[in-house]
Design a protein around this ligand. Structure first.
Ligand code: PDD
Length: 283
């Protein structure tokens, strides 16, 4: 069951007019929110980022946080899995094609759910491979925009190379993955690129840094050069759907002898524990 513009319905019955600005211009924003045991994880943070994205494209938030929470919980109730990830999508609505904002048009609001499957155990034992590519996206990567063509093309480079993710480099520095944030470990220190307009402020990224703080893991938030990435002791990938994954091959070269490292194993365990206990934020 999905939600579209005020109605709940089976996805097969959901249609959007071809003049929707999401379809014509990619003019909209989205969120991906995990729910574990049918409870939304880090909802406030996701809704804050949604507001930030809406502000970034100058679109009024059509709902209060309480209304969003109620809609999301109804979607969770109407879908089968205990663990789900919710996709929430807002566009500037349906209007005659013109680049300028339409006046007096209602936004299109779409919410769907998919089962959230844990990464297969084998993947956690072997890790995944990644490649690097030049980050050729726009300079508002902090907005979670639905116009994802550059991310699509960059991620496909990984698929073509039989890898899982493309790690992006802008002006010699690591930004993030095509659909994830990236951490580097060197000499037992966890390194994270600083938030800026050049990367999406990941909710999982924040959780990992909070866990590092809480468990007194040495960490630094600073620019990471391409060379540091290549010489990393460990590389970690984070996102709401993949949680924390070890990258054990970069551009066909083994990282940490091709095995997940100590930092990954610790953070993975802390993350699983955090999910259960909801250490700080109950929602
Ligand atoms: N993507 N950077 C990019 C470009 C992303 O697309 C994502 C997530 C992240 C990680 O953010 P978070 O931890 O809040 O999920 C970073 C989602 C999962 C997607 O587009 O499906």
């Amino acid at each position: 069951m999905i939600y579209l513009n005020g109605k709940f319905m089976p996805i097969q019955e959901a249609f959007v007019p071809v003049l929707d600005r999401g379809f014509i211009f990619g003019d909209g924003v989205y969120e991906v929110i995990p729910a574990y045991s049918r409870k939304l994880f880090r909802l406030n943070e996701h809704l804050n980022r949604l507001q930030y994205s809406l502000d970034g494209i100058r679109l009024k938030n059509p709902h209060t946080n309480e209304e969003w929470q109620s809609l999301l919980e109804q979607i969770i109730d109407q879908n089968e899995s205990e663990d789900q990830y919710i996709y929430l999508h807002i566009t500037r609505g349906v209007a005659k094609r013109d680049h300028a904002f339409p006046i007096g048009v209602a936004p299109t609001i779409f919410i769907m759910s998919n089962p959230l499957l844990p990464p297969p155990a084998a993947l956690l034992e072997t890790g995944v491979s990644a490649i690097t590519a030049v980050d050729n996206r726009w300079v508002r990567c902090d907005v979670k925009a639905i116009s994802l063509l550059p991310n699509v093309l960059l991620r496909q480079l990984a698929v073509d190379a039989h890898a899982v993710e493309t790690i992006l480099i802008r002006d010699g520095f690591l930004t993030e993955g095509a659909a994830s944030n990236i951490f580097v470990v060197k000499n037992n220190v966890l390194l994270a690129p600083p938030k800026s307009n050049l990367m999406l402020p990941g909710i999982t990224y924040d959780v990992v840094l909070e866990l590092a703080d809480h468990h007194k893991i040495p960490h630094e938030v600073r620019q990471i050069s391409e060379k540091e990435l290549q010489n990393a002791d460990e590389i970690l990938l984070t996102s709401s759907t993949k949680e924390v994954l070890p990258i054990t091959t970069l551009n066909e070269k083994s990282i940490n002898n091709g095995k997940p490292g100590v930092m990954f194993n610790r953070l993975y365990a802390f993350y699983q524990e955090f999910k259960k206990t909801r250490m700080r934020n109950p929602i």
